[in-house]
Every structure is written in C-alpha cells, then in structure tokens.
Design a binder for this molecule. Sequence first.
Ligand code: ZN
Ligand code: ZN
Length: 109
Amino acid sequence: MDIERRRRSQISRESTTTRVVRELRLHVNLDEVDGALHNAVLPVNVKELIYERSKCKNENDHDCVICLEEFQEKETIGVLEPCKHLFHTYCITRWLFKKPSCPTCRHPL
Ligand SMILES: [Zn+2]
Ligand SMILES: [Zn+2]
C-alpha cells in the first residue's frame, strides 16, 4: 500500500517535469533567446573579436583585468573601441553597466 503510493507519486512528479520541458521547447527557441539577449546587452563601444595570442603584441593584452583570467585561443572577446583594451565581453558588459569608463586606463565612455 505504502510502496504503491510512493511509486505513484514518483511517476506523477516525473511526468510533470517532462511535460513542462516539452511545453518550454514548444514556446521557446533557446538559441534565439540567447542571440537576442547577447545583441541587446553588448555596449555600442565594445566590438567583438576572436582572440589570437600571436596577433596581440602588447603584454597586457593576454588577460582580462576584470576577472584576471587569461584569454583562451580563439575565444570571442570584446575590444573597447576608444582605447583598444581587451576584456571578456561578459566582463566588460557587466562592468560598463556599473561604471562608464575603461577598467584598465579609466578612459571615459
Ligand atoms: Zn574577464
Ligand atoms: Zn582602456
């Protein structure tokens, strides 16, 4: 009796999750949402580029001063247009939301 009840409640929980996921898939194209969010939040003075170590001559251009992590080869990063400093797009977007200046050289934006 007890075992039967527990088994039934498990089944109903599973099927609810499955149904919710199926409905979400019907209504939301996750790739589209990702793309829309991404385009909406990238500040106008940040341009995206693919990081290539060999093309970055400047010693300071190999890591992101906001999170202090090194850029990975072929990673998409953001270049701040006025001063050409490099950051992760994610980091600089969040930074500029709080402070309208370059984290490296304080260039006002
Ligand atoms: Zn970073
Ligand atoms: Zn700068």
